[in-house]
Ligand binder design. Sequence first.
Ligand SMILES: [Mn+2]
Length: 236
Amino acid sequence: MKPIAGRSVTFVTCVADLARYQRLRLSLELLRNGALAVESDPVENLSNRYTAAQALNIGWNRARSDIVVFCHDDVIFPPAWLEHLQSMIAVVEEAPGEAPWAVLGPMGRRGKQFFGRASGQNGAESFFGPLPARVETLDELCLIVPRNLPLRFDEGLGGFHLYGVDLCIQAAEAGFSCFAIDARCQHDSETRHRPPEYHAVKRRLQRKWMFRRRNIGRSVGTTCGRIRFGLFEGWI
Ligand SMILES: [Mn+2]
């Protein structure tokens, strides 16, 4: 890969709410981008015609940058975010003995432990270090990938949940690493409850990985809870 300072970045967002997206867009315009070339590529989804995976794959497939950042439309980036990203990528790529990275994000989980840094609606910051940290899964609020990663979001899962968890599992199965990084963004998520759709997607994810896992264990920790892949887990 090129030195991080010379890489370009595209921000891809599945836009379900224009007011939220305007705030995100403003934060992207205010990013101090140094040597990085930055562009924003919203995928309009006001009428819900796409699932999250479909919308984000549209952006991934039309991106031409070195790095793609996928984020919720209710995320706001602080002005120095790209500088944090740049220094975290440098640390991850210089770490000895690690598999190449596939997915990075500001919040993730390994086993029972959270790793990352983010702030919520009230501005309260969560920090779980040390960072960067290798994780099993990352939260969908923000996912960072090399554009030429030979993977895509699984459009068979449907809905708007767990597509990042699935991408992290795909990455592990393909021999890549995923890391939580110290690159805080603000997530103005309104709800913490899991809608019925979450459980339907979770069952599809469990069925998908029940028998075809080689590198991941019998369960993964996610920022929404533990997902087990044992026989019958997908049906209960
Ligand atoms: Mn959100």
